[in-house]
Design a protein around this ligand. Sequence first.
Ligand SMILES: [Zn+2]
Length: 353
Amino acid sequence: MQSGLRYTLFRGVLNALYFSGAHWMLRPMLGGAGAILMLHHVRPGRRDRFQPNSLLEVTPKFFERVIKRLRKSKIDLISLDEMHRRLVTGEFPRRFVCVTFDDGYRDNAEFAYPILKKYEVPFAIYVATSFADRLGELWWLALEAVIAHNQLIGIRIDGTDRWFEARNVPEKRAVYDHIYAWLRQLPTEDALRRVMRELTARHRVDMPAFCSQLCMDWQELAELAADPLVTIGAHTVNHPILTKVDDKAVRSELENSRSVIEAALGVRPRHLAYPVGDRSAAGPREFKIATDLGFNTAVTTRPGVIFPQHRKHLTALPRISLNGNFQSTRYAKVLISGAATALNNGFRPVNVT
Ligand SMILES: [Zn+2]
């Protein structure tokens, strides 16, 4: 299904659930034990009309409304360690919510941290170590920059140069979606990275520079990590789509990221987030390797709430995305209730295949 249509249908489902009050009725059945919230950027909105990655950000104002509402509710805001303890022991006194951030963006410290501190909310940041090392390739942002700054995009596809016109916002959106989808279906992560290095060199976009512009370095991470509210989790070294690399590379990405974080911050991460993390980016092989390597929990980006049954699938946990396309506390409430994602999961509590 075309993504715009799917988005419209999903929003329709959310509205229908909210206005019918159905989510409160379904809640005891579908709400599970709790939910893990997933965020990327928390920062004030930008004016640009071409923002293909806007679903990865929410404004500080929206974020504070959600946190305030959760604090007032009968939901426990807990750390990943406490969630792990509850899942393993089967003790669920109240429903819980864990707050998690992926990648390690500086805006998390600047805009989200003061809010979380104010309401004393524990949270986790999953750090991709190459971003903190300033060597990472945030290729989805580099692709956005190439298309934003150029009217004609040249890209080598299957050995031939193809040119795309991107003179206005609708054209830029279409070109982004097209190239993004093509990159995602490439057979290997190496192939994707090679294309992006060539594309950014050709259009003079400095890909590693996004790290220093947007991501925390080790000093900034150490300052955050010193707060007992903060858990630092692993998010691999190079942020690859793990299903597109071999077994050995999956192991080394997970192991090395844990060792690098331990060396830099003095704490060995017990929790992991798979990069990209959807069904095509993390599956049974990755879940098993994370278990073998001894991670206590690992999260995907598959949508869903946490059920007691997840104790048998601790390295395949779903999350609820607080995302920029659904910035209303009404949506957040419905999502946390589990009703919307239960529809998505065909009403199966655990969906790990
Ligand atoms: Zn990530």
